[in-house]
Design a protein around this ligand. Structure first.
Ligand SMILES: Cc1cc2nc3c(=O)[nH]c(=O)nc-3n(C[C@H](O)[C@H](O)[C@H](O)COP(=O)(O)OP(=O)(O)OC[C@H]3O[C@@H](n4cnc5c(N)ncnc54)[C@H](O)[C@@H]3O)c2cc1C
Length: 361
């Protein structure tokens, strides 16, 4: 689905035609985006044989602003030379390219323009914009906060999102084409509970740096249930841009596997709560080190992205960053923590739990 804001022009395909068009649009300062399902110039790279050479002479290669300037205008470039020529063109055009994003459908919209459904993101830019609008309305009503007055954000009271948490505006987070497909694959078709509309609003205002690795690692549950079959998942969605150190939730990937082993060694079922999550974090030195953020060199910042292995299980500290419409699905037993937002814009994310359907549901 379209996950970027509106564009005056959307170009489908980052081949020579798409990038030429981008060149002319940029020349005229017309805002646009280029969707390319693979990499720019994909067909020249992958659909030509190794000793391929042009059948048209080099002097005919006259992409806009990038004519052939080599020493053999009457020669015929070979595959590698063509790719170099096209890569140089790509660099010169510097198009607003979204590589790895396939356009799935282009449909006219009632109010004019087109809605573009892409392989990127689960819900649309318009749906994300409606969520932001609703959220800011609430923030203004509650604390006088508006997106246009960042100077008023400092010292704001903690906002209460309870009144919004079941608002249908957040329905597209789970109610779209991609998320149900992912849930069907995880639980089996029909094997998960369709929940009420709404979501947990994960909002954090910018705060002064430096960014320090937080120590509030937890699950949204206790250790009572085994990790398999998957009892529940948590969806994390973006309804605003969230960049590095922008408050995106930190995940400890792989911990769901460790939780499963750890719970088997517990003398009695342990419920949710810091008194039970902390011993888990302390049960292995690699995990325990993540609790020392403020005392670590550079506030533990180098540990973001750090990968390790605990008893054969790969683990990693992953910071969630994304664009409006992106949804990340995690196992319910993946440890995570809120993270400081030392960027300049509020962190606008959503959380939602989806549970396995009970027998007979
Ligand atoms: C065997 C062969 C030899 C050729 N020899 C010559 C020659 O000697 N001289 C010459 O001038 N021309 C030659 N051509 C023609 C030349 O390759 C094409 O004219 C040129 O590649 C067309 O450029 P394009 O940008 O229109 O399309 P392409 O180069 O085909 O680019 C289209 C791009 O769109 C992407 N795309 C497709 N669908 C989607 C989607 N749904 N969402 C997002 N992205 C998508 C693709 O991945 C691709 O990167 C040859 C072609 C072939 C097949």
């Amino acid at each position: 689905m379209l996950t970027t804001p509106h564009h005056s022009v959307a170009i489908v395909g980052g081949g020579q035609a798409g990038l030429s068009l981008s060149h002319y649009l940029s020349e005229r300062s017309i805002d646009h985006v280029v969707f390319e399902k693979h990499r720019a110039m994909h067909v020249w790279r992958t659909q030509r044989w190794d000793n391929f050479c042009l059948v048209t002479p080099n002097w005919q290669c006259r992409l806009p602003g990038h004519e052939y300037r080599g020493s053999e205008p009457h020669g015929f470039m070979r595959k590698d030379e063509i790719i170099d020529y096209l890569d140089a063109f790509k660099a010169a055009v510097n198009a607003p390219l979204r590589e790895g994003v396939a356009v799935r459908r282009v449909a006219p919209r009632g109010q004019g323009g087109f809605a573009i459904d892409t392989s990127d993101g689960a819900f649309t830019a318009d749906q994300a914009a409606a969520m932001r609008h609703k959220m800011w309305q609430h923030a203004e009503h509650q604390a006088g906060l508006t997106p246009a007055e960042p100077e008023a954000w400092a010292g704001s009271p903690v906002l209460n999102w309870q009144a919004l948490s079941h608002d249908p505006v957040f329905r597209p987070l789970a109610d779209n084409e991609s998320v149900p497909d992912a849930l069907d694959a995880i639980f089996e078709p029909g094997g998960w509970r369709r929940s009420r509309p709404g979501a947990q609003i994960l909002f954090s205002l910018p705060e002064p740096g430096p960014w320090v690795l937080p120590d509030d690692w937890h699950m949204d549950c206790g250790f009572e249930q085994p990790s398999w079959p998957v009892p529940a998942v948590k969806l994390f969605a973006f309804f605003g841009e969230v960049g590095p150190r922008g408050g995106g939730t930190l995940l400890l990937t792989g911990t769901h596997r460790l939780v499963d082993r750890y719970r088997e060694g517990l003398p009695a079922p342990a419920g949710a709560g810091r008194r039970n999550w902390l011993p888990f974090m302390r049960h292995h030195p690699w995990l325990a080190r993540l609790l020392d953020g403020a005392d670590l060199p550079d506030g533990g910042r180098p540990l973001v992205g750090a990968a390790g292995e605990i008893d054969g299980v790969p683990v990693q500290v992953v910071e969630l960053t994304g664009s409006p419409g992106d949804v990340v699905v995690t196992h319910h037993h993946v440890f995570h923590t809120r993270s400081p937002n030392t960027a300049t814009v509020p962190r606008l994310m959503l959380g939602k739990e989806i549970r396995r359907a009970e027998e007979g549901q």
